[in-house]
Every structure is written in C-alpha cells, then in structure tokens.
Write a protein that binds this ligand. Structure first.
Ligand code: SAM
Length: 690
C-alpha cells in the first residue's frame, strides 16, 4: 500500500521565511524542554537535537517548531510535541540494531527521530495525504532507513514483523492484539491507552515469551487510534476536534485547537463591553475587586497608551473611594522614590539624579504616567491631614549603581566612618558601572572574585545600626536600607544571569514580591501594582511553570489567596512603543495581528472591540472551561521583534487560571514618550524635568 509520488516537486528544502537559526533553537529546546524534564537517553537527545522539525510542518507554523507543543498538520492531525516524542523513544529503549514499527506516522517527524537511533523504521499512517508528504520530506532530508506506509496500523505491518520496538502515537481502547503478535521476544511496545475524550495512560509492554509485563508511564492525551483494532471512526470523529494534542506527563502543557467561533461567541456573551476609556463603566470591576488587599494591573506590552490610561482610571477610583494608598510599579526604587517625594511634597532623599533616564526611558517617562503622577499629587494635597498620603514605589532591582549612591549619601549624613567602609566595599563594583552585566560574566567565566561579601556586609551593618541611624528620620533610614537590599540583590542578579534565565527571573520576581509584601504590611490601605502581564498573571498557569519559573502574581496568590486580584490586559493590533534591541532607541512599531492559535485571536473573533471579562466568577464555569484549553498568549516587553514574533513573543498559557479578570482592547496605540534631552544632567525636583 505504499503511496509515494516520485515525480512530485521536493516538498520543502528549507522552511520558507525562516531567518532564525534552527540548530540553535533545537539545542536550546533539548536543554529547556527535554533534558530538564528528565529524558537522558543519549541517542534520543542527539536525534531530537538533529532532526529539523520545522521541515515537517507547514511554513506558517514553522516558527513554532522549537516550542514544545504539538502543531497542526494535514488531515486535522498533529505533529507530536518534541518532549512526548523523546519520552516515547526513550521508553522504547531503542538500540542501534533495532527494527521499529511506528503506528501513526503523521508528519514523519517521529519516524525521523526513531530512524536516527534504530536500524530501520516502518511508520504506518491511515491518512493518505500525510503518507505522501511524510514520505517525501523523509526522502528529501535523507532519512533513508525510515519508510512510510499507508494503512491501518492497528493491524501492524506483518511483512516486516517481528519488531524490537513498537511506538503507537495515537490513543486506543487497548493494545491491538495484532501488535502484540508482531512484537519480538524482549521487544517493547509504548502506547497511550484510554478514553477518546479524557486523558489516557501511557503504557509500556515488554514481551517475555508469551507474557507481557505492563508498566504505566503516566497520563497523556493523544488523538484517537482509529482502525479495525482501535476506535471506530464514528466514535472518534465527534471528539477529534478537541483531541488534537499529546500532552506531557506533567499535564502542564497541552494545546488544542477548538473552533474559535464557539469560544468567541461565549466570550462575546460573557464580556462587559465598553466604548472608550473615559466612559468605560468600571463599577462592576471595582465591585469584584471588593476589599482585596493587593490589586495587580497588568499589560501585554510595555508601550501601550490605553493600558496606562485605563489602569490610571481604575487606580484613581480605588484610591479615591476604596482606601488604596500605594501604587507600586515595575520601575527602579530610587526613580520611583523621586516621584514619591514629588507627590507627597517632600524633599527628595539622596543625591540628585534624573529619574527614568535609563533604558527603557519611555516606560515611565511618558505623558500617560505624568498624568497619573499629577493626579496623585493633587489628590494628596486635597486630602492632606484627612487621609493617609498615597505612596508611589518601585519594585524592580536594576538600580545597582543609583541605589549604591543613595546608600553612600545616607551613610555620609549619619556615620562618615561607616560611609568610608561602605565606599571601599562598593568600590569592588565600580569598574562595571557602564555595563553591570559584564560584571556577572567576569565573575562566572573569568573567575573574578565576587563583590557579594562586601555588598551583603554593607546591608547587614546598616540594619544592625538601625537604632543609631534612625534618629528622627525613619523614612530616610528605610529608604537607605531598601537601597542597600537592592544593591545586594542586584549584585546577585547580575551574577545569576550567567547561570541561566530561570534563576535570574526567579530572583527578580522574588525581590519584587518581597518588596511589595514589605510595602503592603506597612501600608494604611491596599496596594495597586502596575507590571507586565508576565509578572502579575499567575505564572503557574503558563509555560513558565514547566521551566521552574515563578512570578509576582503566583507569589501573591500563594500569600494572599483571594485577597489578591489579578487583572490581565491584552490587545490585537495598532502601534506600540518599543526598541528593536536592548539599549536601542524607542520606535513606534506596528503590532502584527495576533496568531490564529492565540487567546488574542479568540477575543478578536468575539467581535467586541473593548471589554472587561470576569474570570473568577464560579457561575461562569462554561466560559472558564472553554477558555481552559491552553493557547498562545502574546507578550511584548521593551523590545518588539515582529519579524520573529511567534518565537520571541508568544508563550503558552491557561488564561482563566492566570488572571481573575481580563481587559481587552482590540486596537491600541503607543505611549507618548517625554524627551530626556534637556533633563539629563539637569536634575530637577520635578521627576520628569519638564
Ligand atoms: N508521530 C507523528 C508525528 O511525528 O508527526 C504524530 C502522530 S499524530 C499524534 C497521530 C497519528 O496517528 C495521526 O496522524 C493519525 O492519522 C494516525 N492514526 C490514527 N489511527 C491510526 C491507525 N489505525 N493507523 C495508522 N495511523 C493512525
């Protein structure tokens, strides 16, 4: 039943539009998604690190090839996620002389991987169109020991039997007896067994003469195995739409494609539409926030005007009518302290400098922030004496050197001897002032002695002398102590960056959470946080969890439970303020329309241009459940690279678990940046120097 069209044009010789380095992505994927989850078989890791997965999918999803999730292929089927392919290949305990049968060839990717480990692979596929494309791409790429056969794999492939290993990549009700017959003595069969609609169990059978030893490898989710000794087409077909996925055993990453109109219609039904930021009825949202202690307001980009303006409206309402007293933002501590001094009409503590003049300046040095800051100042003035003043705080830790200067200035004012000691200790960091990241590199790769003991000792000494130093001005002491903490954590952060992004991400988000917690515990009222969705959405509901990353939103949920209210913000198109490279100039860039497999696309398809959507509501079980099939979600930070958008800006998430509420604005525009020229080097009491 071979079905190969020898005269056809080569299917693909390279993935069109690929301007990234697949080998590099592959290597990263092997480490990030496969080794990290425990696969150790050297041959399997080598094979996954070799087979160009982008060649087995259509060009429009090629950019996704090295993300660890299944992708759609012809016939409504999927190419399995690389982790699952690796897991099954390892479970099959392949050795170089093995003859292998794969049931469910699909794109041919799995067969290519198996063929690099074993002697010969026969891969059966029931969809004829998949057979020809898989066979062609395998020939093109030179995997000559893998053959694709058109047929019903539940019956095996008797002409080549017996097989040392059989790998079944679709879920059946039981192991087909024909496959048991065709398994060689000592052979291994790996297959998902279970219901069409629910999770299945991945099992491994090992043949010993006439007996089969069975072992469970954990829950998975695959498309159905349809055939004479599998499910009948009639039973499987109605479910096929949701069963496009093979899930990992951790159960964390699944992705499926459901008819968007169904979900979008449900979203449209549940959404609370609004027509403009000024007139939006935020009353129901404020009511839902209730008396939460911490309200986290996100943003899917760092440069969207509407997100700032709508968050400002919500913030002002929470402050004016619901007793909130702190705005804590994703900015450096000393810079925010300048704003805080301005809105509370205090003399700034520490040496003069221009706040928010470091890359990315537009994130806080923008017209929208100025409007909020002016409102906060007016509010504090209007309520002086009758309400606690509202504070403005920075949660981040990038201010290694500004914070150092603030600590030294404080010590100069209270203890000149201690200031000298601290100056010497901090001197260790001075050579790296222009490029703190190079400090971490020098410590890790060149064996430079770390400045850690000195910065930690400065913090410890400062705290130990609290009683002597406070002397009248607690505020100045607290500010200096926090700056000393920032120096200590920033020093660690820059070193940790070279051990890996997971460690440095966790260190930064833990620092932001600890700072928030300390602020909240001393605040007279609730705290409103402004940070990117990637920090304030619960990271355990996104692919961050599988990398071992945590974030502010997750830590808040763990610490505050329902007293933390997490609000995500998203958009489809328009313009955004962002740079092309780290440290590069701000540009106003057009945002690409969202990807067809994303949550954003579901919201676009709802036809409602702007809405609030309550996700915590237990009554909305159907909405939550429909939205709970994991999808892609877009994150644009201070850098936006539309040309590699799928790889650079999308991640997998379960949105209704990530947020308590979601705010959608289909079309948005870039923030209006304020100039830094004329203020750099000309410090002014007004934080924006205008
Ligand atoms: N290993 C594939 C790859 O790397 O692209 C992915 C396989 S996909 C998850 C499962 C495949 O099993 C589908 O292509 C489906 O058509 C196929 N399939 C289902 N029942 C089958 C059967 N009885 N015989 C052969 N193929 C079958």
């Amino acid at each position: 039943m071979d079905d190969i069209d020898d005269d056809a044009e080569p299917l693909i010789t390279h993935a069109p539009g690929v301007d990234w380095d697949p080998a590099e992505r592959r290597a990263r994927m092997v480490e990030r998604d496969i080794v990290s989850r425990g696969v150790r078989h050297a041959g399997v890791l080598r094979a996954i690190g070799t087979v160009p997965r982008e060649q087995f999918v259509s060009p429009d999803v090629a950019e996704f090839a090295y993300d660890d999730h299944p992708l759609p292929i012809a016939g409504g089927q999927t190419i399995s996620q690389p982790y699952i392919v690796a897991l099954m290949a390892e479970a099959a305990e392949l050795t170089p002389g093995d003859r292998v049968l794969e049931v469910g060839a699909g794109s041919g990717y799995g067969a290519a991987v198996l063929s690099l480990i074993a002697e010969q692979v026969w891969a059966i596929e029931r969809h004829r169109e998949l057979v020809s494309s898989a066979e062609r791409v395998l020939r093109e790429l030179g995997y000559d020991n893998a053959r694709v056969i058109w047929g019903d794999g539940t019956l095996g492939f008797p002409p080549a039997a017996p097989f040392d290993a059989i790998v079944v990549t679709a879920g059946g009700p039981r192991v087909p007896p024909a496959l048991l017959d065709q398994l060689a003595d000592g052979g291994r069969l790996v297959m998902p067994i279970g219901s069409v609609t629910r999770n299945q169990e991945l099992v491994r059978l090992r043949r010993d003469g006439d007996t089969f030893e069975e072992e469970s490898l954990g829950p998975v989710r695959f498309v159905p195995l349809i055939g004479a000794q599998g499910y009948s087409e009639r039973v499987a077909e109605p479910e096929a739409e949701v069963l496009t996925v093979a899930a990992p055993m951790s159960g964390r990453r699944t992705a499926g494609v459901r008819a968007p109109h169904g979900i979008s219609a449900l979203v449209a039904e549940s959404a609370e539409p609004f027509s403009s930021i000024v007139s939006a009825d935020i009353g129901p949202l404020i009511e839902r926030i209730g008396d939460a202690r911490v309200v986290l307001l996100g943003e899917s980009t760092h440069g969207t005007s509407e997100f700032y303006r709508l968050r400002a409206r919500i913030t002002e309402e929470l402050i004016a009518h619901h007793g909130f007293t702190v705005v804590a933002v994703e900015s450096d501590w000393p810079d925010a302290a300048r704003v805080d001094a301005w809105i509370r009409r205090r003399t700034p503590i520490g040496p003069p400098f221009t706040p928010f003049a470091r890359f990315p300046t537009w994130m806080w040095r923008n017209r929208e922030t100025v409007e909020l800051v002016d409102w906060l100042r007016d509010y504090n003035e209007a309520h002086e004496g009758d309400r606690p003043p509202v504070r403005f705080c920075g949660l981040d830790l990038y201010s290694l050197f500004t914070s150092r200067d603030e600590v030294l200035a404080f010590l100069d004012s209270v203890d000149t001897d201690a200031a000298e000691v601290a100056r010497t200790r901090y001197g260790c960091l001075t050579p790296w002032e222009q490029d703190p990241a190079a400090y971490g590199r020098a410590v890790v790769s060149e064996g430079l002695v770390a400045c850690e003991p000195g910065v930690v000792a400065t913090l410890t000494d400062l705290l130990a002398n609290r009683m002597d130093y406070v002397d009248g001005d607690v505020h100045a002491f607290d500010d200096a102590a926090h700056n000393a903490l920032v120096v200590a954590n920033a020093e660690r952060y820059y070193r940790t960056m070279y051990y890996g992004s997971v460690e440095s991400w966790n260190l930064r988000d833990q620092h932001m959470f600890d700072t928030l917690r300390a602020i909240e515990q001393r605040a007279a009222g609730g705290v409103i946080v402004w940070e990117h969705n990637s920090h304030i959405g619960d990271g355990s509901a996104t692919e961050m969890a599988s990398r071992g990353e945590s974030n502010v939103g997750q830590l808040c949920r763990e610490a505050y439970g329902d007293d933390a209210y997490l609000v995500g913000f998203g958009t489809d198109r328009g313009t955004v303020a962002a740079a092309s490279t780290w440290g590069g100039p701000m540009e106003v860039k057009s945002i690409r329309h969202s990807h067809s497999l994303s949550y954003e696309r579901v919201f676009v398809d709802s036809g409602i241009p702007a809405f609030f959507m309550h996700l915590r509501d237990p009554e909305r079980r159907e909405l939550r459940s429909e939205l709970s099939t994991p999808r892609l979600e877009r994150a644009i930070g201070v850098i936006y690279r539309p040309e590699t958008e799928l790889q650079s800006h999308y991640f997998q998430a379960v949105l209704p678990r990530q947020f308590d509420e979601y705010v959608w604005l289909v079309e948005t525009s870039a923030v209006v940046p304020l100039p830094t020229h004329g203020v750099l080097g000309a410090p002014d009491l007004y934080p924006f120097g205008l």
